[in-house]
Design a binder for this molecule. Structure first.
Ligand SMILES: [Mg+2]
Length: 224
């Protein structure tokens, strides 16, 4: 039976790869270089936030004021600069179980693959680059498109339609992510979410967090 799905949208961190702390390390180095403060984003932000929110909230927490536009742009630039090196050097970077087999198989089966992530677009590609995963994805919605995960998921859908050449409806998409935030963002765009318990949340937490289906790793069959 042909699948009712056409496009599959993947979260990055905890779903496709684990960067081994490279994300947080790069923010720390950017704030340290610019302000002499090795800011720990884990103290000021939570895992579901988009990169611009993480940068702004951390700036306000350590500097006790809002950044100017120039300051904010510089923080983002330095953070991307360090991210490239931190990802390249990270000892604990790894591609999660099943990913390298699943992505080519989905393409063979005719699905369009995309990214939905709170990362800035450039940060997303830096994280995927080390494992040569960029080539599987023909569209995406990123933290640089919207602060709200629902909105960036809708933007991803619009881009899927542009790539596909006709309207891609929410019911034809599936989001795959490792946190309840992924389920919230997917549902806000009218899309069902598969929770994969490969990150910080287990099966019970993902079920309670609103995922429509839950699997333990991407070695398991998707509900296609
Ligand atoms: Mg994630």
């Amino acid at each position: 039976m042909p699948s009712k799905y056409l496009a599959i949208l993947f979260d990055i961190d905890g779903t496709l790869i684990i960067s081994g702390g490279a994300g947080a390390a790069s923010w720390r180095m950017a704030f340290d270089e610019l302000y002499g403060i090795p800011a720990d984003i884990g103290q000021y932000t939570d895992t579901g936030m988009t990169d611009p929110d993480v940068g702004r909230q951390t700036f306000v927490a350590v500097m006790h004021r809002q950044p100017s536009r120039a300051e904010f742009a510089k923080v983002l630039e330095r953070r991307l600069y360090y991210l490239y090196q931190m990802v390249a050097d990270s000892k604990d970077y790894r591609v999660l179980d099943g990913v390298e087999e699943l992505l080519p198989r989905l393409l063979d089966d005719g699905y369009l693959l995309g990214i939905v992530t709170g990362n800035l677009e450039a940060a997303a590609h830096i994280k995927l680059h080390r494992a040569k995963l960029n080539r599987f994805f023909s569209f995406g919605g990123y933290g640089s498109d919207a602060a709200d995960r629902g909105e960036l998921t809708r933007i991803a859908l619009t881009r899927a339609s542009l790539v596909y050449g006709e309207d891609v409806r929410p019911a034809q998409c599936l989001v795959i992510g490792d946190t309840p935030h992924d389920a919230e963002g997917a549902h806000a765009a009218g899309i069902k979410c598969v929770g994969v318990a490969s990150g910080k949340f287990n099966v019970a937490q993902l079920n309670a967090g609103g995922a429509d289906y839950v699997i333990t790793s991407l070695k398991e069959a998707l509900p296609l």
